[in-house]
Ligand binder design. Structure first.
Ligand SMILES: Cc1cc2nc3c(=O)[nH]c(=O)nc-3n(C[C@H](O)[C@H](O)[C@H](O)COP(=O)(O)O)c2cc1C
Length: 203
């Protein structure tokens, strides 16, 4: 079993979303008949940010492979590596802080890299078809405030839409909210998230 662990917090050791994502990975691993068989790949977008899709990157992508300059080939290879990691994953675990009501730019750049026409989705006569099928995806969501199930939570509908578009519909969300609302609220939110992890792993 291949587990892809993605972190998108700008913070390293202090990140709650990364810690909860790591706990999800451990839970998935521990639930296997033989945990030693799990292969975990860590993609830390905070420590190693993926470049944005700017004009040069798009030009590189739309230049036929055999005609690319060395620089263009290297740029496309960066995206290819993320796509290959995702294609190889059976389970994907993503730590997602809320940054200004959206996902961190680091995660958006990853999504822009892995959503590639003809590779991870395609258009057919009956509409779009996601090509990343059969994967289970867990999200560890962390927020300073309280937004779950409100119109201000634009993260979850966005993630549901883009992952479903790519063929990934088996999604589970774990929330740690109110992390900026004082030490007690923070501790309660983190404890509640640990309970949710047990629940989603048992689902
Ligand atoms: C740049 C930035 C923007 C943020 N925007 C929001 C926000 O819009 N809503 C919210 O509830 N919390 C917001 N927060 C708080 C974070 O979501 C919270 O600190 C969370 O724990 C960060 O995840 P991490 O612990 O994995 O770093 C923001 C934090 C930062 C650093």
């Amino acid at each position: 079993m291949n587990i892809l662990q993605i972190q998108s917090s700008a913070r390293a050791d202090l990140s709650h979303s990364s810690a909860l994502a790591a706990a999800l990975v451990e839970g998935v691993r521990a639930s296997l008949p033989d945990p030693a068989q799990a292969r975990v790949t860590l993609r830390d977008l905070g420590r190693a940010p993926h470049p944005e899709q700017n004009e040069a990157a798009l030009q590189a992508l739309f230049t036929p492979a055999g005609q690319r300059t060395a620089e263009q080939a290297a740029r496309v290879a960066l995206d290819d590596a993320l796509i290959a990691e995702l294609q190889a994953a059976d389970v994907v675990v993503i730590g997602v802080p809320m940054y200004n009501f959206g996902v961190p730019a680091a995660l958006k750049n990853w999504i822009d890299a892995i959503a590639r026409a003809g590779v991870t989705f395609r258009y057919t006569a009956s509409g779009p078809e996601g090509l990343l099928k059969g994967k289970k995806v867990y999200f560890a969501l962390t927020r300073g405030g309280l937004y779950r199930d409100t119109a201000a939570d634009t993260q979850v509908p966005y993630l549901q839409t883009v992952f479903a578009f790519l063929g990934m519909t088996d999604l589970q969300f774990v929330y740690a909210e109110g992390l900026a609302m004082g030490p007690e609220a923070e501790q309660q939110a983190l404890a509640a998230a640990r309970v949710q992890i047990e629940e989603v792993l048992a689902a």
